[in-house]
Design a protein around this ligand. Sequence first.
Ligand SMILES: [Zn+2]
Length: 237
Amino acid sequence: MQRAPRPPRRSTTPTSDSFQSTESLPGTPTTPNHPKPLYLCSPFVEAALVKGNFKHIVAQPKYADVMEWVAVNILDFYQNLNQFYGVLAECCTQQSCPTMTAGPTLNYTWINQDRKSVQLPAPTYIDYVMTWVQNQLDDENEFPTKSGRDFPQNFPSRAKHIYRQLLRVFAHLYHAHYPQILHLRSEPHFNSLFAHFLAFGKEYDLLDVKDIKGQQGAAVGIGALWERWKEMGILEA
Ligand SMILES: [Zn+2]
């Protein structure tokens, strides 16, 4: 399930405000009447490889350093998500996804080198994010793997920044490509990966509620899934 090698293009390093979400359509009503997405419908919303609550899975092992534990898990989430995206990439094209959608009225925009907020096709946007994350994971100064090397002081904020970008990739895949995930019969695996990601992110303070749910008029589709999973006891309320 390896994704095709990415072209060696580099984006400008996204800063925290490089990923502002905007309402895509100025005339969009604030309470649009959209059909319920499939991922919120039974039986898909319950589909999972892991049954029960994720609380124990995300618990820090007794002798592990917390930063090491966060780093290892981020690497794991990134690799799993990258594999899913590799499979779904043929459906996520400039034509099918001319913008980085994540909800009926939500498009993430990219801040380019001139500090202008621009719409990018989702595959380009995701490629920028994944390349940027990969480069950090490969950097021994940022993600030390050798014993005796300390994590940089800004590791918590960097980890949080990475986490927020990966959340956006999940948000796009759920919003735009869930039918393909169902077609591949991957929804139990994908749901469990995402529920694990959310549980871990909440436990280690890597996620803000506003990033999961979005804002009024620009709600993130997966915000409703997060709420549903809390009601179902899959995630901590
Ligand atoms: Zn797409």
